[in-house]
Design a binder for this molecule. Structure first.
Ligand SMILES: Cc1ncc(C[n+]2csc(CCOP(=O)(O)OP(=O)(O)O)c2C)c(N)n1
Ligand code: SF4
Length: 279
């Protein structure tokens, strides 16, 4: 066979776009960008076969820095956009990316229902327990005792949102936690998440060195999960509720079938779509 027709072997750096990240030096999101490119290269997904969709936030800039298709959308709406794309183009590898504010605050309702719907896509949340882009307000995952939030100088006083417990309870089929400081380990988990059929939730603890400099310590606190992933939701719930958010690795893998749109409702052309909206 002529080498001309074989797909090009892609190295991780070839998935990066020519746009230079504007993240603060030392931001954990650099590590996540590296892990995503390693995962895409590891699976040899061609850039035109993948789409990375985001909302708004520092972490949501991710699609700009990748050579795949991408869409930097509206705050909190990455999962709605990504689900629509996956339904219309099931052949694409769809990855949604963003932050804890984008995903669990304004996007919280979409998060619940995407876990429930179980479309075949991967959701990467760079969790830094703060709104980085808007200069340091508390987010849903902020510890109540953090007293440096711009709007909460006495701490939030409310329980933090536990994204993985909520993902499990809402029906997510693949649940993992990673650290942005473990580039290769995180790349391996992202590869597993992409290969897993259904909604894969990957929380990556990714320090905001500007507004939460103490998070630089995370790399010394995180513990690789000492057990294999479980397929028993009750066992996964016990683990997630007792690990204090510090275990990393694939923590739960279920076998619920991925969402399939009804073929009878399929719309293949803009003309058909126009007709749908005619009144
Ligand atoms: C509808 C709307 N509301 C609020 C904002 C302001 N805003 C932009 S980014 C952001 C939060 C970002 O935090 P997070 O998603 O955790 O990402 P990070 O910047 O920490 O990576 C907010 C509230 C907006 N852009 N649009
Ligand atoms: S503000 Fe925080 S999250 Fe945003 S780029 Fe800087 S370090 Fe990263």
């Amino acid at each position: 066979m002529s080498g001309d027709t074989a797909p090009k072997l892609m190295q991780p750096k070839e998935y990066k776009s020519s746009v230079k990240p504007v993240w603060c030096p030392g931001c954990g999101d650099f590590g996540v960008l590296g892990s995503i490119t390693k995962a895409l290269s590891g699976l040899q997904i061609q850039p035109e076969s993948a789409a990375v969709i985001s909302g708004i936030g520092c972490s949501s800039r991710m699609p700009t820095y990748l050579k795949t298709y991408g869409f930097h959308g509206v705050h909190g709406r990455a999962l709605a956009l990504a689900t629509g794309l996956k339904v219309a183009r099931p052949d694409l590898t769809v990855i949604a990316t963003g932050g804890d504010g984008d995903g669990f605050s304004i996007g919280g309702n979409h998060f619940l229902h995407t876990c429930r719907r179980n479309p075949d896509m991967t959701y990467i949340v760079m969790d830094n327990q703060v709104y980085g882009m808007t200069k340091g307000q508390a987010s849903p995952t902020t510890d109540p005792s953090w007293e440096k939030g711009k709007l909460t100088p006495c701490g939030t006083g409310v329980n933090p949102f536990q994204p993985l417990v909520i993902a499990l309870a809402s029906g997510a089929n693949f649940i993992a936690r990673c650290s942005s400081s473990d580039s290769n380990g995180t790349a391996r988990v992202i590869m597993e998440a992409i290969k897993h059929p259904g909604f894969s939730m990957v929380q990556i603890l990714s320090p905001c060195v500007t507004f939460r400099p103490e998070q630089r310590e995370w790399k010394n606190l995180l513990i690789p999960a000492p057990v294999e992933a479980t397929s028993d939701p009750a066992q996964a719930a016990r683990r997630l509720l007792t690990d204090e958010g510090l275990f990393t690795g694939v923590l739960y893998v279920g076998d619920r079938p991925a969402y399939q749109p009804c073929p009878e409702n399929r719309i293949d052309s803009i003309a058909e779509l126009d007709e749908e909206f005619c009144i």
